[in-house]
Ligand binder design. Structure first.
Ligand SMILES: Nc1ncnc2c1ncn2[C@@H]1O[C@H](COP(=O)(O)OP(=O)(O)O)[C@@H](O)[C@H]1O
Ligand SMILES: [Mg+2]
Length: 264
């Protein structure tokens, strides 16, 4: 068992080999994705960006192990991903239990993650502290804002000490200011935890701000159109300075152009 402050487990590397995915049968068959080849280093912050319908969520679900690819192979830490074990996942909607408290939602996740009962309270407090919700543990979900609810969803995804952390357009429904705050927090939480993070978005701004690597997908069936390493600092940087830097501004423009070209 890792120490309470260390979330790194397993190696967290992701290997995607000749992966394609189809939905439906016969005349209704749709090839949503592929073929895609990607190798993601442990601890990387990979952003998948592309137009709506290009297969981003499909690729994320394959990495989470929610579905098996129609063709090819997906491995996380060297084996086929297993739902709930390989990855913590955050969706666009927080999907919490609204009648439970903030703390109660985390407790449940810790229970499912098989954290021993006597360790849960401390672990819950650490997780809520990490997402800035230490004073809201006793509030009901329906009493807190959308941004706070998404913070709870992030804490919940971190509850199981999975080697990877997957987020599917988690801030799309939030106002711009809340979105920026949460982007800053996810950037930091991910760097601190050392987990491999895969973040799906259609926003070039978000991709440029978050990624240590940015992969732009073509329109459906999604294939890798651009694979860009990012050299912006990961820690010890003021987010506002980062957003105003020439490097960020250039990167954002480059990603924006690539997304547009890839969708055409
Ligand atoms: N369960 C499903 N059944 C049928 N088609 C689907 C299903 N999920 C996604 N698709 C189709 O696959 C394509 C890619 O979808 P998705 O991965 O959700 O794209 P994105 O997340 O980039 O918007 C879309 O055309 C979508 O309609
Ligand atoms: Mg999607």
């Amino acid at each position: 068992m890792p120490s309470p402050n260390s979330d790194t487990t397993g190696d967290g590397g992701i290997h995607i080999r000749n992966v394609s995915h189809r939905y439906g049968k016969g005349d209704n068959e749709v090839t949503a994705l592929g073929p895609v080849n990607l190798d993601v280093d442990p601890g990387a912050f990979l952003v998948l960006v592309g137009a709506s319908g290009c297969g981003k969520s499909t690729l994320l679900r394959l990495i989470a192990g929610f579905e098996a690819p129609s063709e090819g192979q997906v491995q996380v830490s060297g084996s086929a991903p297993s739902p709930g074990v390989s990855a913590g996942v955050v969706f666009q909607q927080p999907r919490l239990f609204p009648w439970r408290t903030v703390g109660g939602n985390i407790d449940l996740a810790l229970k499912y993650a098989k954290v021993p009962r006597e360790r849960r309270a401390q672990r819950r407090d650490e997780l809520l502290d990490r997402v800035g919700l230490e004073s809201t543990a006793d509030r009901k979900i329906w009493e807190i804002s959308g941004g706070q609810q998404q913070r709870v969803a992030i804490a919940r995804a971190l509850a199981a000490e999975t080697p990877t952390f997957l987020l599917d357009e988690p801030f799309a429904a939030l106002d711009a200011l809340t979105r920026e705050r949460l982007q800053e927090d996810v950037r930091q939480v991910s760097a601190e935890s050392g987990r491999t993070t895969v973040f799906v978005t259609h926003s070039a701004d978000e991709a440029a701000f978050l990624g240590s690597r940015i992969v732009v997908l073509t329109r459906r069936p999604g294939q890798v159109a651009l694979d860009l390493p990012v050299n912006l600092p990961r820690t010890g940087v003021d987010p506002d300075d980062l957003r105003q830097s020439a490097e960020y501004t250039e990167l954002r423009a480059e990603v924006g152009r690539a997304v547009k070209a890839a969708a055409a």
